[in-house]
Design a protein. Structure first.
Lengths: 116, 111
């Protein structure tokens, strides 16, 4: 597709449930990022992939959060045993990696997660 | 600690009333400063990258400038369609692929 695609756009779940959020980056972009945005705040870094590997996962808040990108394209953010504090918009972004990287990130529209 | 602070948090202007948004940052070894625009319910959209003090970039009614400690986003004769949240961000000193964002300035332009 033309842009970064994220599904679902909205997810309502109950405390303790497992959630998966999917990101389909722009074709040809090797770098992929997950950010989390709470209401009235700027995005907060979670994890960065270069190709298939997680190059930097230092932003993941705890071991309930995990992300994969098995074929170097689509990525899935997985949240186990969800808590009410996990409620936020989860943003995915992609960019040209390597020497062509200008630092410009292309964001999707986000997945709004609500934990009841 | 790498930090980005934006002011004001919210700004209301009349159409045609020019103003400036501020972004102050503390990071050692700046590797660029980014401005993004975010509309409600959407992801941030890239506007500008500035790399060195004194640099300026322009796009339509927006002009971004950079000093050693802060950046300004000047908006000249704004229109209602310029209403959005404007975010600035800098790469972390440790791990340049991680952007540290400010909390944003919510700009409203009244017709």
């Amino acid at each position: 597709g033309a842009g970064v695609s994220q599904t679902p756009s909205n997810k309502v779940t109950e405390k303790g449930k497992y959630v998966e959020l999917r990101c389909d980056p722009i074709s040809g972009h090797t770098a992929l990022y997950w950010y989390r945005q709470s209401l009235g705040q700027g995005p907060e870094f979670l994890i960065y992939f270069q190709g298939t590997g997680a190059a930097d996962d230092s932003g993941l808040p705890n071991d309930r959060f995990f992300a994969v990108r098995p074929e170097g394209s689509v990525s899935t953010l997985k949240i186990q045993r969800t808590e009410r504090g996990d409620s936020a918009v989860y943003l995915c972004a992609s960019s040209l990696g390597g020497p062509k990287n200008t630092g410009e990130l292309f964001f999707g529209e986000g997945s709004r997660l609500t934990v009841l | 600690e790498d930090q980005v602070t934006q002011s004001p948090e919210a700004l209301r202007l009349q159409e045609g009333e020019s103003s400036s948004l501020n972004c102050s940052y503390t990071v050692s070894g700046l590797r660029g400063l980014f401005w993004y625009r975010q509309d409600p319910g959407k992801g941030p959209e890239f506007l500008f990258t500035l790399y060195s003090a004194g640099e300026e970039k322009e796009k339509e009614r927006l002009k971004a400038t950079l000093t050693k400690k802060e950046s300004f986003l000047h908006i000249t004769a704004p229109k209602p369609e310029d209403s959005a949240t404007y975010l600035c961000a800098v790469p972390k000193a440790q791990g340049a692929q991680k952007l540290v964002f400010g909390q944003g300035t919510r700009l409203t332009i009244n017709p």
